[in-house]
Design a binder for this molecule. Structure first.
Ligand SMILES: *Cc1c(COP(=O)(O)O)cnc(C)c1O
Length: 393
């Protein structure tokens, strides 16, 4: 499926981000693919149509626009193939449906993205799939939770809101020995910072809404799969009738091309701001695995090659009211869901209701910050000003 690999010559991630999905067959003489708005694909004769002659057959099954992004994601994730979904959540749903049937058991990390937990509870359980949640700190010990019916593990690192790392190779070794598949949500690190399939996952999910799009203007999700999981993933995606409009695919592709300059900048600025916050008297801890004293730092340093601009801050002894005044007092941080765009964001986080296997016992209110592409010194000045306001209350 790849058409843009420079045969025999190794290419590093930044080079692959620029070149992948840009084969002649997709883009012709242009740098970018056409934005193909299509439902009907025309054939020369009834025979051609009935015998499926030709590369394209129907808008839902693919166009040069969708193939360009699928090819790029598949190459970046080292996959056997990739599919596009209308949101990150629908990518998670598609990946889960591709490996579960009635009577199966699914293990989900307790720090999972909240809407995935909701999908498991409200959709998978009524379909007869048993769900169990596991402590993100479990590695090979996860085997204690396995039964004869365990078909899949759903992992995500760092965890949503609470940023725990996970030992993916250890989880995958157990899962594969027990005949289960491993799904991994790679939204935080992106394929630039982590290769889930190379670390044992069978399916890698990305909310492209975040850093792939990168500009807070598109919702899209991707799933890449290895040889084992690809046939079922492709079939499930087709059967569910999923399709992403060409303008959104194009925006994601356009965002992807600059990921290798944007992401390191987000991560560098996040490190500066996180380090500054960690030294403040108001702060109990900063949840960011690249920080040397983060509990997940060793796993992060062992497995990941990069980071991003998203982390959590626990304020010592603060109640939610105080945290709200702090967030409301910021001038350069928007208040809103999602992250991965060029702009900084701050939200009040409440992990407690979406925990069942572990307890979240913070020292005070949890604020999640997304560090955008602004000058980090300006962001620090903004944080300092709002802290001064709250401290003087
Ligand atoms: C945002 C997010 C999703 C869902 O993406 P949407 O495009 O908002 O549906 C999935 N996983 C993680 C880790 C996310 O942060």
């Amino acid at each position: 499926m790849s058409t843009s690999k420079d045969d025999g010559r190794p290419s590093r991630p930044a080079t692959r981000i620029v070149r992948s999905g840009r084969g002649q067959d997709l883009v012709g003489p242009f740098v970018n693919p056409p934005v193909v708005h299509a439902s009907t694909v025309l054939f020369d004769s009834v025979d051609d149509m009935e015998q499926h002659r030709g590369r394209y057959s129907y808008g839902r099954y693919g166009t040069p626009t969708s193939e360009a992004l699928e090819t790029a994601i598949s190459e970046l994730e080292d996959g056997a193939g990739a599919v596009l979904c209308p949101s990150g959540l629908s990518a998670a749903v598609t990946a889960l449906f591709s490996c579960l049937s009635a009577g199966d058991q699914l293990l989900i990390v307790d720090s999972v993205y909240g809407p995935v937990r909701r999908f498991a509870e409200t959709m998978l359980k009524p379909l007869g799939i048993d769900i169990a949640y596991y402590d993100p700190a479990l590695a090979a010990d996860v085997e204690r939770l396995f039964s004869e019916r365990t078909r899949a593990i759903y992992a995500e690192a760092p965890g949503s809101l609470t940023f725990e790392m996970q030992d993916l190779p250890a989880l995958a070794a157990v899962a594969h020995r027990r005949g289960a598949l491993v799904l991994f949500d790679n939204t935080w690190a992106t394929p630039l910072g982590f290769k889930p399939l190379a670390h044992g996952a069978d399916l890698s999910i990305i909310a492209g809404t975040k850093y792939i799009g990168g500009h807070a203007d598109v919702m899209i999700g991707t799933v890449a799969a290895n040889e084992t999981a690809w046939p079922r993933l492709k079939e499930t995606h087709r059967a569910m009738g999923l399709h992403v409009g060409p303008d959104d695919v194009y925006l994601a592709l356009r965002g992807l091309r600059t990921l290798a300059v944007r992401l390191p900048r987000h991560a560098q600025s996040a490190m500066v701001v996180a380090t500054w916050l960690a030294a403040r008297p108001e702060v109990a801890r900063v949840l960011y695995p690249p920080l040397p004293d983060d509990p997940g730092h060793l796993l992060w340093a062992r497995d990941m090659e990069g980071a991003c601009g998203l982390f959590g801050v626990v304020f010592a002894g603060w109640d939610d009211e105080r945290a709200k005044r702090f967030i409301d007092g910021l001038r350069l941080f928007g208040i809103g869901a999602s992250w991965g765009g060029f702009e900084s964001l701050a939200t009040l986080a409440h992990p407690e209701p979406s925990r069942s296997a572990t307890a979240w016992r913070p020292e005070g209110a949890l604020v999640r910050l997304h560090i955008g592409l602004e000058d980090p010194d300006d962001l620090i000045a903004d944080l300092a000003a709002s802290l001064a306001l709250v401290d003087s209350d």
